[in-house]
Design a protein around this ligand. Structure first.
Ligand code: GTP
Ligand code: MG
Length: 184
């Protein structure tokens, strides 16, 4: 028999995607999982799910389960149950709207308060500065400020992204997966 038994490990990672309404969470997820972008805004109600399957290497298949959590405040009271068993989080803000960056701290506090790993370590959190394709980005949020913010608040890093132009979406997600694999 020429039957080769190859051991493939299949892993499921639950990742939360949070941030204020309209920053582009659904768009980033859709770009990553389906390769498409829509300019029309259809707000998320409650939570949505998306799955991305990656053949990481010859031994590992990764299922990224992305929990797309509504940014609108009025859904806030429902979220605690969504956070359970998450292994990482992505906080998204909109580079053209300074208040969405100011709200990053609120989302981070929320994540830190509701999710810890089994070993009591904080989950890795990645920051996405989305809509970098637009010209009217806020001057107050520059590269050095974001570097400093990540360092001060123990985030794994940040990327300027565009769901529209497909900038840094793959790169950011791969970076996050690498970090998750280091801890799990
Ligand atoms: P909620 O579901 O309400 O929390 O919003 P969201 O964070 O899921 O935002 P969504 O992905 O629905 O995007 C909001 C609007 O921004 C839509 O009109 C998108 O087309 C637009 N948008 C998202 N990402 C980008 C981007 O990278 N560049 C540009 N120019 N527009 C974007
Ligand atoms: Mg949405």
């Amino acid at each position: 028999e020429f039957c080769k038994t190859s051991e493939i490990k299949e892993i499921l990672y639950k990742v939360l995607v949070v941030g204020n309404f309209g920053v582009g969470k659904t768009s980033v997820i859709r770009r990553y999982t389906s390769g498409i972008f829509s300019p029309h805004y259809k707000l998320t109600i409650g939570v949505d799910f998306a799955l991305k399957t990656l053949i990481w290497d010859e031994h590992t298949k990764i299922n990224m389960q992305l929990w797309d959590i509504a940014g609108h405040e009025r859904f806030g009271h429902m979220t605690r149950v969504y956070y359970k068993y998450a292994i990482a989080a992505i906080i998204v803000f909109d580079l053209t709207r300074q208040p969405t960056f100011d709200a990053v701290q609120k989302w981070l506090d929320d994540v830190r308060q509701k999710v810890v790993l089994e070993n009591d370590e904080p989950v890795p959190v990645l920051l996405l500065a989305n809509k970098c394709d637009l010209d009217n980005t806020t001057a107050q949020v520059d590269q050095s400020k974001l570097d400093q913010y990540c360092e001060d608040h123990n985030l794994i890093g940040w990327f300027p992204t565009s769901a529209k132009d497909n900038t840094n979406i793959e790169e950011a997600m791969s970076f996050l997966i690498e970090k998750i694999m280091q801890i799990s």
